[in-house]
Design a protein around this ligand. Structure first.
Ligand SMILES: [Zn+2]
Length: 411
């Protein structure tokens, strides 16, 4: 499976329609969440997904009728400021159906102890998305056709459903599409869709026989050839952007309170909207910096043309709950799992094998020459000094060599 992510340029009308669908999906999520949550609070068994969907179909018409009732005698502007401008009926049914399934599954995952207790979706999340039926989506070389983007009743309204894409000929035509989604990140819209592997752009490289071991830690990525790629989160650029983002967020919440005290809705408060744009800009800057860092690390690894890359099988979730304050804090902002995911995906594409070594193998505590295990090594000891053979080596470099060796032995 290969995933494409392409930016789209909806026009003004389409943009409003997409935003409305996103908002309705979040409303749907909240309704289903409350419904399922009430069952759990009373220690009752939750109904099946089909029953929840049937229940929601009734709720949908009740809510829509309520809105129609409230709309009477209001002008269009008043309708918008009172959030009465959209009905569930106006948005794509597939998007809502999938939203119910997703919410339901998040509860099921909690029961199976695969995840924490689900959280409600919020309207001000940086990233929002809705599902499009793969049989109804259509691609041409420049455009993507979505469902219910236009409510025009003219015979040629199919054309109005077509949204311009930013890149030509990127997504393969006539493929099987999986889980297509319209995504809003900050203020930019994307279409994300998966296709079978045969449609993936071919980037296979000729590899040499070398093997690279990698030690990942909060501050850097260290390879067994002693190349150090400093983590993006410790760079000056990132820190500056982070500071600016935090400041923008503080200002935003002040604007929010201002609007609340003046009893204005957020849609009407121009100061709030202006500040939100500024905040989004910095959030995007942080994400872009992260992504360019991933590119840099992965490309430099690829240019060595290794046959295999060996990484530690880290449990990031477990590390986030670690007793060590510094580990927890360092991970808060660290795009650790994103980097691992990107590395795996891209290496698959290049034809480089990725292998994971045992999570509980003590790579940093073992001497890479004589194999002595130094059990009292602390996190603060940056150099590894072997009491057995006297080896003096950087801690992470030692770990990277050990990871490589471990993979060679357990081949
Ligand atoms: Zn030693």
């Amino acid at each position: 499976m290969y995933t494409f992510k392409v930016m789209i340029h909806p026009n003004n009308k389409q943009m409003t329609k997409i935003r409305r669908t996103l908002n309705k999906c979040i409303e749907c999520n909240n309704i289903i969440y409350d419904y399922l949550d009430s069952f759990l609070k009373n220690n009752e068994k939750i109904p099946s997904c089909g029953d929840v969907r049937k229940w929601f179909t009734i709720q949908k018409s009740i809510k829509d009728n309520e809105v129609i009732e409230k709309r009477k005698g209001l002008t269009k502007k008043e309708m918008i400021s009172n959030h009465l401008d959209t009905l569930f009926y106006d948005v794509s049914n597939d998007a809502l159906k999938q939203e119910i399934k997703d919410t339901y599954n998040s509860f099921i995952r909690y029961f199976k102890k695969l995840s924490k207790y689900p959280v409600k979706k919020k309207n001000n999340n940086y990233k929002k998305s809705f599902y499009v039926d793969p049989y109804k989506i259509g691609f041409s070389n420049k455009k993507v056709r979505l469902e219910k983007i236009s409510n025009n009743k003219k015979p040629n309204r199919q054309r109005l459903n077509c949204v311009n894409m930013a890149e030509k000929d990127r997504i393969p035509l006539n493929a099987n599409y999986y889980n297509p989604r319209v995504v809003l990140e900050g203020d930019r819209f994307y279409i994300v869709v998966s296709v079978d592997d045969e449609y993936a752009p071919k980037k296979k490289i000729t590899t040499t026989d070398s093997i690279i071991g990698i030690d990942l830690n909060i501050k850097a990525v260290v390879t067994s050839d002693n190349d150090i790629y400093k983590s993006v989160t410790v760079t000056k650029r990132y820190r500056k952007a982070l500071k600016k983002e935090k400041r923008a967020q503080r200002k935003l919440s002040r604007k929010y309170l201002q609007a609340k005290t003046l009893k204005k809705s957020l849609k009407e408060s121009k100061n709030y909207i202006k500040q939100r744009k500024i905040k989004t800009k910095y959030t995007r800057r942080l994400r872009n910096l992260e992504e360019s860092y991933f590119d840099y690390v992965i490309t430099s690894l690829k240019n060595k043309r290794p046959k295999e890359i060996i990484i530690e099988d880290l449990d990031v979730k477990e590390m986030k709950e670690s007793d060590n304050k510094y580990v927890r804090k360092g991970l808060q902002r660290n795009p650790f799992s994103k980097l691992l995911k990107a590395l795996e995906n891209r290496c698959n594409n290049y034809g480089i094998l990725i292998r994971k070594v045992d999570r509980y193998y003590a790579s940093s505590k073992t001497c890479n020459i004589c194999g002595y295990k130094k059990t009292d090594l602390k996190l603060s000891d940056r150099t590894f000094i072997c009491p057995n053979c006297g080896l003096k080596i950087d801690r992470d470099y030692n770990a990277a060599i050990n990871i490589k060796k471990y993979a060679l032995v357990n081949n």
